[in-house]
Design a protein around this ligand. Structure first.
Ligand code: FAD
Length: 487
């Protein structure tokens, strides 16, 4: 039975990951009058960086951009492991006195907006008890994937395999893999991270991929960044490096889009040097264009070093079936294993799998237009954070948080009780583009039914270009599309 705890908040943030913690810091500083709380379903903060515990878990982009603009990353490694990212987040919480605002182990199930009362009623489950909290504004920082299960395709004969099958999202703490033969199925960032780490103890690790991904070798420790920090100190140095790296990520993306062949060659050159042309042609030459899917980072070439020294190998081809002792490919090739790791990806969900109801109507987000990639047409007092796919997530997450702060301040000043992005005449005839245009990664393809659409004109767009996003999110609040109610 749902109980009502008579608690009312101005802003309820859902999720205490990188986005939720960052959002709370911005709101506290920039909108200090708002009474806020962070509701977090898990018993720790960090989201992604707490959930994933597989060997070698690390960032896939540099911490100078994955870190917050307001808190310098002061560790030596630019590519950081999960534990040091969690430490950084805990430091952020403590420096900004956020702990008292976080409700751990509280899971949001349903959110119901009443236009009459101008309020969200949010149903929360904590230790088996279900209760409601009301709030004026809901800020969803709930990430983008399912925390309860990863994506695993149906593999024929899976039940025949007598060894252990593991999904990296749920890595067993006590999994003994020293001296074992391991197959890692997948070609994305997780597989690429896992393989060199497993290979340090395993007898042999074989990567089985259906098709290759683009892989970019870079340094785990950015020596130039360290020099800049020594020269300018942590705070100014960090700001300079963050600016440089954001620009560099964007330039690299644009270069890859405009001159794909030249871009490919810059990646292939490094790989060729380490494993040779034959291996490159056979296993690391994708059929799609660079950045149609995320390019995976290889810090210090560790993945290729494992191949070079014979501790890891790659097979490219379709799996016909699992066998008692491993996997058989359609080519007839058989690979033996004691452990099979299904690094086959994430399952995208929309807004923390919360049921949203507006004045009695259950909302299907895939039928809505996105407002600036942070809100939805026709849904009042709701924002969400979704980072860039081609630049570090946090760079966009902070722009969203600052926008929400300005919006709340504007509402307070205007005495508005609600704000609703509302289509102008003609807007509903816009062509419906996918939420992230031109990105063909499997998990985005599978998520068509849960993500909103973007149109072809501002503000109904979600650009993956930082300059365009910055312009969009720093524009004046009162844009004629946001409709304010005063009740
Ligand atoms: C293995 C891995 C590595 C990655 N590496 C990078 C990288 O290097 N660079 C990059 O830019 N991006 C990376 N990403 C993307 C990454 O998810 C983001 O960078 C970032 O961590 C997302 O933060 P977030 O707070 O938005 O979401 P999350 O980290 O997913 O956190 C969301 C939080 O919301 C909580 N939550 C969700 N629903 C509810 C609910 N209904 N009720 C209560 N609480 C709820 C969850 O428990 C979780 O704590 C990576 C992703 C993965 C999976």
């Amino acid at each position: 039975m749902t109980k009502s705890r008579s608690e009312h908040l101005d802003v309820l943030i859902v999720g205490a990951g990188l986005s939720g913690i960052g959002a709370a810091v911005h709101l506290k500083k920039e909108s200090p009058n708002q009474k806020l709380a962070i509701i977090e379903g898990r018993d720790n903060l960090g989201g992604t960086w707490d959930l994933f515990r597989y060997p070698g878990i690390r960032s896939d982009s540099d911490m100078y951009t994955l870190g917050y603009g307001f808190k310098p990353w002061t560790k030596e490694r630019a590519i950081a492991n999960g534990e040091s990212i969690l430490d950084y987040l805990w430091e952020t919480v403590s420096e900004n006195e956020l702990k008292q605002h976080i409700r751990f182990g509280h899971h949001v199930r349903r959110a119901e907006w009443s236009s009459e009362a101008q309020v969200w009623t949010v149903t929360v489950v904590h230790l088996g008890e279900t209760f409601d909290i009301t709030c004026k504004f809901l800020f969803m920082c709930s990430g983008y994937y399912n925390y309860r299960r990863g994506f695993t395709p149906e593999f024929p004969g899976r039940e025949r395999f007598t060894g252990t099958v593991v999904h990296p999202q749920f890595w067993p703490e006590d999994l003994e893999y020293a001296g074992k033969k391991i197959i890692v199925i997948g070609s994305g960032a997780t597989a690429i991270t896992l393989i060199p780490n497993l290979a340090t103890k395993a007898e042999k690790v074989t990567m089985v991929q259906r098709s290759p991904s683009y892989l970019a070798i870079d340094q785990a420790i950015d020596q130039r960044a360290l020099r800049i920090r020594r020269l300018f100190g942590d705070r100014i140095g960090y700001a300079l490096i963050r600016f440089r790296n954001t620009k560099r990520q964007q330039r690299t993306y644009e270069f890859a889009q405009s001159r794909p062949d030249q871009f490919k060659e810059t990646l292939f050159k490094d790989i060729r040097e380490l494993v040779g042309q034959d291996y490159l042609d056979k296993h690391f030459t994708p059929t799609y264009q660079p950045w149609d899917q995320r390019v995976c980072l290889i810090p210090d070439g560790d993945f290729f070093q494992a191949i070079k020294f014979g501790r890891a190998d790659v097979e490219t081809g379709k799996i016909r079936t699992f066998t008692e002792s491993g996997i058989e490919l359609e080519s007839g090739e058989r690979i033996d294993a004691d452990i099979i790791v299904t690094a086959t990806g994430l399952e995208l969900v929309s807004l923390g799998e919360v049921d949203f109801v507006v004045d009695g109507e259950l909302i299907d987000f895939s039928k809505r237009w996105t407002y600036k990639g942070l809100a939805f047409s026709g849904i009042p007092n709701l924002a969400f954070t979704f980072g860039y796919v081609n630049t570090s997530w946090t760079v966009r997450a902070e722009l969203v948080a600052k926008f929400v702060s300005r919006l709340l301040n504007h509402m307070d000043k205007a005495g508005a009780s609600s704000v609703t992005p509302t289509l102008r005449p003609g807007d509903s005839f816009m062509p419906r583009e996918s939420f992230v245009e031109g990105f063909t990664s499997g998990y985005f393809q599978r998520a068509n039914g849960v993500l909103p659409r973007q149109g072809n004109r501002a503000p109904w767009i979600n650009p993956q270009n930082h300059a365009a996003t910055k312009k969009l999110l720093t524009a004046r609040i009162d844009d004629g599309v946001l409709k304010f109610a005063h009740c």
